[in-house]
Design a protein around this ligand. Structure first.
Ligand code: 2NL
Length: 361
């Protein structure tokens, strides 16, 4: 027969455990004490296991005393756990806080490039009309850049003097894409109509003067559905151009044109005035070319596995830098690519001051 622990023994154990608990600095240390006291082989648990070996007259009093001790220690452990958790939270709040009164770094010199700004604006407007953005590689196969777009083999754009040619890949002729149309080809090959996408991105041509750089940006829009017609094309262009330039009565005009990949094709003009040698956009009677458009050629649809008897659609394209120059009064295209910080300071945009056409009025 074992002997019951005296109430003095129990008081001493309680004092020892309480002091150890009060001295813990972490949840892990606290857990160790919890296990050493109340765990399967804990000191209080061990004492409870001895109960069955006590004479019946001692068993009841000892059991009650141990239960009280167990509950008291559990309560002290829980209280300490709450204090440690609150302290840990305070530490995190203090170490992760941000001093919003510090000056911005590096002294607010950075600007958003007008090309990036303009792409953001174009994407925002088309997103509001239900378009999604499509992307593709800058280095394209001759097939996606020309062949699938119904360019005849002898078309002048396919000659070396206009196109930057890359080394062949797996025996396939490769080029730097001369337009973003191959992105639309990839989309039509991968998706079933209805299709409504815009493809903004870099394009490359072998040309350099005040209005041409070897790399520039353009965006193209593509809509394919069963009943899409030229009225939709003109309405879409009118909504986009009025929103982009922020001119509510900006007129547009179609002029007959030719592209291998559209039929019929049309140049897009917007209203302007050139009075006094100053170019002003608006309803002033004069016209300025802004891009090209048309109904997607049946051969292009066929090349992409889309039945031209069931589906038709429109496409158009514009130069990003060209519309940026007109909107923001930037006179020379070449300056977009010179990385001149003074130019960026003048024409660039502050990150927190982005004029977003979708948030206008
Ligand atoms: C311009 C003219 C245009 C397109 C681009 C297109 C794409 C496919 C099929 C049919 Cl996959 N058309 N794109 C159509 C007409 C004009 O761009 O002046 N761009 C700067």
């Amino acid at each position: 027969m074992s002997q019951a622990a005296s109430s003095k023994d129990l008081d001493a154990l309680k004092a020892e455990l309480t002091a150890a608990i009060a001295a813990t600095a972490s949840s892990a240390a606290l857990d160790e004490i919890r296990v050493s006291a109340l765990g399967k082989k804990g000191r209080i648990t061990d004492l409870m296991k001895l109960l069955s070996t006590l004479p019946p007259e001692e068993r009841k009093a000892q059991g009650a005393a141990l239960n009280v001790l167990k509950d008291e220690i559990a309560a002290v452990l829980d209280a300490r756990q709450q204090i440690l958790a609150a302290a840990a939270l305070q530490d995190r709040l203090a170490s992760e806080s941000i001093d919003v009164t510090l000056p911005i770094r590096p002294q607010g010199e950075g600007r958003i490039h007008p090309t990036s700004q303009t792409i953001d604006e174009v994407v925002t407007i088309f997103a509001s009309m239900g378009f999604t953005v499509a992307k593709g590689p800058d280095i394209e196969s001759d097939i996606y850049n020309f062949e699938m777009l119904n360019f005849p083999p002898d078309h002048p754009a396919r000659q070396m003097q206009d196109t930057l040619v890359m080394p062949p890949l797996d025996g396939k002729p490769m080029v730097l894409r001369t337009h973003t149309s191959p992105v639309q080809i990839r989309t039509m090959l991968a998706q079933k109509p209805p299709i409504r996408i815009i493809a903004p991105g870099r394009t490359y041509r072998c040309d350099y003067d005040q209005t041409h750089t070897p790399m520039f940006h353009q965006f193209e829009a593509l809509v394919i559905d069963e009943v899409t017609h030229m009225g939709h094309l003109k309405g879409c262009l009118l909504d986009f151009l009025r929103a982009f330039f922020g001119i509510d009565d900006l007129p547009i005009r179609f002029r007959p044109s030719f592209f291998p990949f559209t039929e019929p094709s049309a140049e897009i003009d917007i209203g302007c005035s050139r009075k006094g040698g100053e170019l002003k956009l608006g309803n002033y009677g004069d016209w300025l070319e802004i891009g090209g458009s048309g109904m997607v050629h049946p051969n292009v649809l066929k090349n992409c596995g889309i039945d031209p008897e069931k589906y038709q659609g429109f496409a158009f394209g514009m130069g990003i830098e060209r519309i940026a120059m007109l909107k923001y009064g930037i006179p020379d295209l070449r300056t977009f690519f010179e990385s001149d910080l003074r130019w960026m300071k003048h024409y660039g945009f502050l990150p927190l001051d982005i004029p977003n056409p979708a948030l206008k009025g």
